[in-house]
Design a protein around this ligand. Structure first.
Ligand code: MF3
Ligand code: CO
Ligand code: CO
Length: 268
């Protein structure tokens, strides 16, 4: 029998999780400022600039700037700004200007005192069609359904199943190529947290696990295409896509959504 290599999951102490909470509050606060500025006529480059100023003001560091996994070029910005058919990893640009009716995913990650917080929201700009609104609401609901299951003893497959079944029940699809992840001293740690799967399958969650749960929901097919810049991930059929993400600590008392200010331990 071949035994799979043990996966290096770094469980966090209560003190480490308290530090991660501080990172989560800073990330959430800066993302609030970015979101407040997202209006028709504003470029994604301007949004990135707001986030850069927030990073400087709080004396934290970007988790994204110069990030270079594998064979990709170093990531050039502090935000990922993913408009309409862009699923994730859209690069902010002066030429990328928000329009009335857009949906835009904004993903932001920082390190503070050595720990990462990673969070994303999809915003609706101006008057958005009912179809797009339903897509965004579904992706947000899918994340909340997964968060409610972030409890010691539940399995990662329970989260994926919750996201997938909710999205598919409303006629949408979930992306397979990108997944959520453990987070801590590295932005991306084990385990992977897929947005699809079977209930009662996969690893059990333990107290001290910290994960970034991040459903990506497409209006059309789940297939992904990567653009020339080696980062921008779009839907192959160019249908609309939404993305939400929170960094969540699993505690004996229940989930603590570290990137949501109103959350307290056990109260998502
Ligand atoms: N924050 C993204 C995630 O949710 C990763 C962004 S990598 C970057 O996992 F290089 F594009 F910033
Ligand atoms: Co992210
Ligand atoms: Co993430």
């Amino acid at each position: 029998m071949i035994v799979a290599a043990p996966v290096r999951i770094h469980l966090k102490s209560k003190d480490e999780i308290r530090l991660m909470r501080e990172a989560g509050l800073v990330a959430s606060g800066i993302l609030d400022q970015v979101c407040d500025a997202a209006k028709p006529g504003v470029s994604t480059w301007e949004l990135d600039d707001i986030a850069r100023k927030g990073i400087a003001r709080h004396k934290v560091t970007s988790a994204f700037l110069h990030y270079n996994p594998g064979n990709k070029p170093p990531y050039p910005a502090v935000l990922c700004t993913s408009r309409n058919e862009v699923i994730v990893h859209g690069i902010p640009r002066k030429s990328d200007v928000l329009q009335d009716g857009d949906v835009i995913g904004i993903d932001f990650g920082i390190f503070r005192h050595g720990f990462c917080a990673d969070t994303a929201r999809t915003l609706m700009i101006g008057n958005v069609s009912p179809d797009k609104r339903r897509l965004v609401d579904t992706c947000r609901d899918a994340l909340e359904a997964a968060i409610a299951l972030c409890r010691v003893g539940n399995r990662l497959g329970d989260l994926g199943n919750a996201v997938q079944s909710l999205a598919e029940s409303r006629g949408f699809s979930v992306v397979r190529q990108y997944v959520g992840h453990g987070t801590g001293r590295q932005m991306h740690e084990d385990p992977q947290v897929p947005n699809f799967g079977k209930a009662n399958d996969g690893k059990r969650m333990k107290s001290g696990l910290v994960i970034a749960v991040e459903p990506m929901v497409n209006a059309g097919a789940p297939d992904v295409e990567e653009l020339e810049d080696d980062w921008t991930a779009v839907t192959r059929d160019r249908s609309m896509s939404a993305h939400f993400e929170h960094t969540i600590a699993i505690l004996d008392e229940g989930p603590w959504v570290l990137t949501r200010p109103s959350s307290t331990p056990g109260h998502p």
